[in-house]
Each structure stands twice: as structure tokens, then as C-alpha cells.
Design a protein around this ligand. Structure first.
Ligand code: SF4
Length: 319
């Protein structure tokens, strides 16, 4: 089994191919990752291939793939492997998706979840602006299929923003009752035009607020990357905005540049600065915070979910 070639910007990112190269700075000592080897890693890879599943772990070139896959944790990416957006930080292939949504995919995802024996699963997707409901019904079917096949597994979804869809699209997803609804804000509002040009900061924030309005019991989660050029004040403002939208769980991780054609790394934020962000976030009232250089939205998501649930019970005086 050969690893997928993720270093071909012209094919994966036609819109980025003509951009000048951004130099890729040397990674500091605190960004160290385990190599993808070992039996656990191979078993996870085999199940993904057998079920013809795409993972964001591979497509985004996630640095944690060695650690996560060794423990059987993979984040499945549904609705194909081509995204209709072209965010400048992201390594998912961009373009017009060649295929319609695969009606058998929810069943295959559910089967893989059962075979991996997961306590908690994270399901994400590409953006499908070419589909009327943005893939909302497909997400809902996937949640229902997992519930049926693996009833003890808790489900976390990491969704697109459904910006071009009717408001009912979000309602369809929430009605399928995932345990955690995650949608990443990705960066501070001032960097949206250059980092996330197809999205709108306040739309994403409102999406998460609306999830809570639709179902008070659902955990909401969101994350940003740092090291893209933001300042600390803007990060604090994002935290305040998230709390105003009643978001429970915040993740903050270091942006790493997938190829020279992607957004430049402005700087490597130190572990001490991450610790300060974590402290500030808890002070602002988040139930859970994960802020480390290698934090990704789905990193340690299973353990974090258990802690998230405990934190809510404690807050309600039942812990
Ligand atoms: S952190 Fe998330 S995306 Fe990265 S390897 Fe782990 S499960 Fe996959």
C-alpha cells in the first residue's frame, strides 16, 4: 500500500498552482511527531482502504496520523475528496467534485466504525457547494447509520458552514442528534479574506449559536489555528465571540504549511503562549479547552468528549 502523494499542488490545487512559493520555515523542537508505523496503524489503514473511505488525516496531511491511527482513531471525511472551496491553509484537493454523493457511504462509514470498535468517532466532510443542501441529509444519514450499527459510539461531526443553503439544512443535521457539533472558525475575522475567502466569520459563529438554540443539550465545539498572522488581542476577541455564541469546547493549534503554495507560516507560537491561551479561555467560561501546538479539532477527541461530559455535569452540580 503506497501512501497517497499529497505534494502535487498543480493537480490538487489548480487555483494555487501559479502562486509564488512561500518559504517554509524550519519547524521548532516542540513540533515533533511520531512516524506512521506499527500494527495498529496498519490495521486502521487497512479498514479505511477496504471500506473505500477517505480520511482527513491523510488528505490534510495531519501531523498526528502516526499517533492517532496506531490507536485506531481516524477522522472520516465524507462526500468525496474534492472540496468546492479553496481555503489557503488547507491541503484537501479543490475543484468541481467529479461525483454525486455516494448513497452507500453512510453504511460503509458505520461498518468501519463498528470494526474499529471506537468509543467516539469524528466525521467530517469536504464542502459541497454544488449540492443543494450542502450535504446536510448525507450527514444525517451517516449519523443514523452509525447509531444503528454502533449504538455505544458517541458521534462528533465537523461540518461545513452551509452558507449557500436554506436554514433547514442545519436543522436536518441537528435533528439527527450527533453528540458534538463542531464547526471550525479557523482564524480571526481580520484574516478571513486571505485565509478562508469563501466563508464569513459571523455566519460561522451564528451557525454554532443556532445549533445550541435548536438543541440545548448538544455540545458545540470550534477551533482556530494560530501562527497565520493574527495578534493576541484578536484571539481573545474570538474567544469572547465564541462564548457569546455559547460554544462549549475550544481548540487552538499551530498552523503548519502543507506546501510552498499554501498560506505562509507567520510564526511558531510557543508552548508557553498556548498555555496562556488555555488559561484565558477557561477564564472566559469554556467547558473544555485544548490549546497546544499539535492540537487539531479531532486530536484526542474521544478522551476529550468524556471530559467535556464530566465538565458539564460538574457545572450543573451533578458531577
Ligand atoms: S488529529 Fe484528527 S485529523 Fe489528525 S490524525 Fe488524528 S484523527 Fe486524524
Amino acid at each position: 500500500m503506497s501512501p497517497r502523494d499529497l505534494k502535487i499542488p498543480a493537480e490538487r490545487h489548480p487555483e494555487k498552482a501559479r502562486r509564488p512559493d512561500n518559504p517554509q520555515p524550519k519547524k521548532p523542537s516542540w513540533i515533533r511527531v511520531k512516524a506512521p508505523v506499527g500494527e495498529g496503524y496498519k490495521k486502521t489503514a487497512k479498514i479505511m482502504r477496504e471500506h473505500k473511505l477517505v480520511t482527513v488525516c491523510e488528505e490534510a496531511g495531519c501531523p498526528n496520523v502516526g499517533e492517532c491511527w496506531s490507536q485506531g482513531h481516524a477522522t472520516m471525511m465524507i462526500m468525496g475528496e474534492v472540496c468546492t472551496r479553496a481555503c489557503t491553509f488547507c491541503n484537501i484537493a479543490t475543484g468541481k467534485p467529479p461525483e454525486a454523493l455516494d448513497v452507500f457511504e453512510p453504511g460503509r462509514v458505520a461498518d468501519a466504525v463498528a470494526k474499529l470498535g471506537l468509543n467516539h468517532v469524528v466525521v467530517t466532510s469536504v464542502d459541497r457547494d454544488d449540492v443543494d443542501d450542502g450535504g446536510a441529509e448525507h450527514f444525517a444519514q451517516t449519523i443514523r447509520a452509525i447509531r444503528k450499527r454502533a449504538p455505544d459510539t458517541t458521534i462528533e461531526i465537523l461540518t461545513p458552514d452551509f452558507i449557500r443553503c436554506d436554514a433547514s439544512a442545519l436543522e436536518v443535521v441537528v435533528a439527527a442528534r450527533p453528540d458534538v457539533f463542531n464547526h471550525n472558525l479557523e482564524t480571526v475575522p481580520g484574516l478571513y479574506p486571505e485565509v478562508r475567502p469563501g466563508a464569513r466569520y459571523f455566519h460561522s459563529l451564528r451557525l454554532l449559536q443556532r445549533v445550541k438554540e435548536l438543541d440545548q443539550t448538544m455540545f458545540t465545539k470550534s477551533g482556530i489555528m494560530v501562527g497565520l498572522g493574527e495578534d493576541k488581542q484578536s484571539v481573545m476577541q474570538v474567544m469572547d465571540d465564541m462564548r457569546a455564541a455559547d460554544i462549549d469546547f475550544l481548540t487552538i493549534g499551530q498552523y503548519l504549511q502543507p506546501t510552498p503554495k499554501h498560506h505562509a507560516v507567520d510564526r511558531f507560537v510557543t508552548p508557553e503562549e498556548f498555555a496562556a491561551y488555555e488559561k484565558a479561555a477557561y477564564g472566559k467560561g469554556f467547558l473544555m479547552v485544548s490549546a497546544t501546538p499539535l492540537t487539531r479539532s479531532s486530536y484526542h477527541a474521544g478522551d476529550d468528549f468524556a471530559r467535556l461530559r464530566d465538565a458539564r455535569l460538574k457545572k450543573l452540580g451533578r458531577g
